[in-house]
Write a protein that binds this ligand. Structure first.
Ligand code: BG6
Length: 484
């Protein structure tokens, strides 16, 4: 069923995500003339607003979070916004919401997109309310923001509730990492070049590192984060999606079914992890960029066993990846904000330069996702000279900064693409139910292993790369994390 939505309902419209990402993305798309011309955006939340006061609220969010050069058309954009106050747990409000969304009455074609950016506990009542008000029938699709549950069982419950009202083809589960340009570029790198595919396997790749490091701490998300922790907040979704894109077999086409079929095979091939293959940590007071920052327990106001750092050695049990370790690492209050994938190749099987005193170092591909988008391939080269005292070889980088290579192109917020795909109905960059469930199954196994081993997070000072055990986790395999 292909349609472009001409109405969008935004649940959680006064929340943090709406202010920082959703409204700015929609406004930027509007400014570039990319939103459907007659799109109405009905915003809803529990707060008491009318259209006018919500537009004032939205304007403030845009002024704070959208760069000035991307908001010239703000007035026109604000005119697209309407507000309907709603307590998602009470049925009554949904009828008014349906009326505000102006659907059904005129039997007009077009379609509705619904975006839920609310606590997962509200998903079920919201879907029941929408169904009751006739807002799930016909040309309707629904976008769901994470977290989709806290474990496999709760995620199944949510998925079942959504499936009762929407077929899978109309459910858009968001992982905003899939909307990031360089994450998609990973697919271009792998599947639009002949160079890498022949060496993209256990015969040539020694290990892979995936790091998602953040400098921020708890921010204002006390209740959510302390119930979640780094494993469920970052590994279950974003990091496993990155891993799946690195590992998957070439899909037969760049479409939703083909891509997701390949990703889910990888997720299902993840080997169950032993507690000894993981390290968890929690930041204590320390310093970042020369400023003192408090510890997690101080920010929280109590002691807690929640991990703010996790490192895992993962293995993918299939033909292509047999025995190749994937070192995953993420944490808050680390020394820098960086998301990158490091593919470490094996050394040459025999060096013809050895007898001339030169050593070789294996090739390495670094895919920088943020803050800088770049692709760096480390190659061996000869140091210029007459070599009377032996040949000298040195590692040099072929370095492509995406910003320079594509300088005339607008950099976009991940949500711009995802919201547009939701309105237009392209599921390729959204996560299918079987993927989410395979992700949870693996994560539940890790949490069970931690519980069996009575694992508690080790402290690390804010501004460092996590507990020293994380270094040891890689070093005992002769691997160093790529921290330079
Ligand atoms: C979110 C997590 O999904 O991703 C946050 O809940 C994290 O804890 C954020 O800070 C990171 O996103 P990005 O795009 O800044 O890397």
């Amino acid at each position: 069923m292909s349609f472009t939505a001409d109405r969008l309902i935004l649940f959680g419209a006064t929340g943090d995500l709406a202010q920082r990402m959703l409204l700015p993305s929609l406004c930027a798309l509007h400014g570039d003339g990319l939103l459907p011309a007659d799109l109405r955006i009905v915003c809803t939340a529990r707060s008491d607003h009318d259209d006018e006061s919500y537009r004032v609220f939205a304007r403030a969010a845009l002024e704070t979070h959208l760069p000035a050069d991307r908001r010239p058309a703000m007035e026109d954009f604000l005119a697209r916004l309407f507000y309907q106050q709603l307590d998602a747990t009470r049925r009554e409000g949904y009828r008014e919401l349906a009326a505000r969304t102006e659907r059904g009455a005129d039997g007009k074609a077009g379609g509705l997109a619904i975006f839920l950016s609310t606590a997962p506990s509200l998903f079920e009542p919201t879907i029941a309310g929408l169904a009751n008000a006739g807002l799930t029938q016909g040309n309707v699709r629904i976008g769901l923001e994470k977290p989709l549950g806290t474990d496999l069982a709760s995620s199944r419950e949510i998925n079942d509730a959504v499936a009762a009202a929407f077929p899978e083809s109309r459910i858009f589960r968001i992982d905003h990492y899939l909307g990031k340009e360089t994450v998609q570029n990973l697919l271009a790198l792998r599947f639009a070049n002949i160079l890498f595919e022949p060496v993209w396997n256990a015969n040539y790749i020694e290990h892979v590192q995936i790091t998602v490091a953040e400098t921020v701490g708890l921010e204002s998300r006390v209740a959510y984060y302390d119930d979640s922790g780094a494993l469920r907040d970052m590994v279950q979704n974003h990091m496993l999606q990155l891993l799946a894109l690195v590992c998957m077999e070439p899909p037969t086409s760049f479409d939703a079914t083909a891509v997701r079929d390949e990703k889910v095979k990888v997720l299902r091939a993840l080997r169950k992890v032993d507690a000894s293959e993981t390290v968890i940590g929690q930041y204590r007071a320390g310093a970042l960029d020369g400023s003192a920052v408090p510890g997690y327990d101080q920010e929280l106001g109590k002691e807690s066993d929640t991990e703010t750092f996790v490192a895992i050695k993962a293995l993918v049990d299939n033909w292509r990846w047999k025995g190749v370790p994937f070192y995953l690492r993420t944490g808050k209050r680390l020394p820098e904000r960086v998301t990158e994938i490091v593919v470490q190749f094996r050394d040459v099987p025999f060096s013809i330069f050895g007898a001339r005193g030169a050593t070789t170092e294996p090739n390495r591909l670094v895919i920088g996702i943020q803050p800088e988008e770049n692709i760096e391939l480390a190659l061996m080269a000869k140091v210029p000279g007459l070599d009377r005292e032996g040949i000298r070889l040195r590692r040099v980088a072929l370095d492509i900064a995406m910003r320079d290579a594509f300088s005339g192109h607008q950099r976009r917020i991940a949500y711009e693409r995802l919201l547009l795909d939701l309105l237009e109905g392209d599921q390729t960059l959204f996560v299918r139910r079987d993927e989410v469930e395979a992700q949870w199954e693996w994560i539940d196994g890790i949490r069970a292993a931690w519980a069996d081993a009575s694992r508690a997070p080790r402290p690390y000072p804010a501004g460092t790369w996590g507990p020293s055990a994380a270094i040891a986790l890689a070093e005992r395999d002769g691997v160093s994390w790529h921290d330079d």
